[in-house]
Design a protein around this ligand. Structure first.
Ligand SMILES: CC(C)(COP(=O)(O)OP(=O)(O)OC[C@H]1O[C@@H](n2cnc3c(N)ncnc32)[C@H](O)[C@@H]1OP(=O)(O)O)[C@@H](O)C(=O)NCCC(=O)NCCS
Length: 198
């Protein structure tokens, strides 16, 4: 990939897979007018190849070193650990998130909400959906890296049970920023999924 650096994954079982993860940058500010939506009208579905152009637009809004279309296509077609989800409203993708589910661990690769839709609980909805999906695929815990400066995302992650577990120094190649490694146990999510099934 032209503009992404590859990094060894932190967690033991993920590392043993011998795979790699691309860096993810930070949140950016929102100068756009906000579109307020009704949560019940959201649709969550698997990402398809046809989604890649609009996902790349959102990616470019959200990150200073966005993934390329090729990166997403590769994830969707060649990586059988990858699960990518689109959050849709009135037929339009307004956010997305992805993860790798490997053994009983899920590793978030990216999550973003369109600028004009932020700050109304949609990132939280999306992450909750990713957590439920991870449980569905057998994950017991979830991890991610986040820029130490990305307080908005860190607040979201803490709200959904993530706790810091370490730092990856100089993880982000564009400015040498450290990544905070965070982990969440998914037992409560699992209990909620089981309650829903009853
Ligand atoms: C991170 C991101 C997905 C959050 O999406 P969002 O829809 O704006 O977030 P929500 O409205 O669901 O907020 C959920 C929680 O995030 C935190 N949060 C959201 N906006 C915040 C802000 N402006 N300031 C501080 N915390 C904020 C809060 O903890 C909030 O919970 P609360 O409303 O109970 O306080 C979004 O900002 C984004 O796409 N950023 C760019 C991409 C990015 O940085 N991704 C993460 C990379 S690791």
């Amino acid at each position: 990939m032209s503009d992404t650096k590859k990094h060894a994954v932190h967690a033991g079982s993920l590392e043993s897979i011998g795979d790699v993860i691309q860096e993810k940058p930070e949140a950016c500010g929102s100068g756009e007018q906000q579109t307020v939506i009704q949560p019940e009208s959201l649709v969550f579905r698997s990402m398809q190849l046809e989604d890649v152009p609009v996902i790349c637009q959102i990616e470019q809004e959200a990150f200073t070193s966005p993934w390329t279309a090729e990166a997403f296509i590769n994830e969707l077609t060649n990586n059988h650990f990858a699960r990518y989800m689109v959050m849709e409203w009135e037929g339009q993708a307004i956010g997305y998130g992805g993860m790798w589910t490997i053994m009983d661990e899920a590793h978030i690769t990216n999550i973003a909400v369109r600028i004009g839709y932020r700050g109304q609980g949609l990132g939280e909805r999306l992450l909750r959906e990713l957590q439920r999906t991870a449980v569905f695929f057998g994950s017991a815990r979830m991890t991610l890296e986040v820029r130490v400066s990305n307080e908005i995302a860190q607040n979201l992650y803490r709200k959904l049970g993530f706790e810091p577990s370490g730092v990856r120094p100089g993880y982000y190649s564009d400015n040498g920023e450290d990544a905070l490694i965070m982990w969440a146990e998914l037992d409560q999510v699992k209990a909620g999924v089981e309650d829903d099934e009853d």
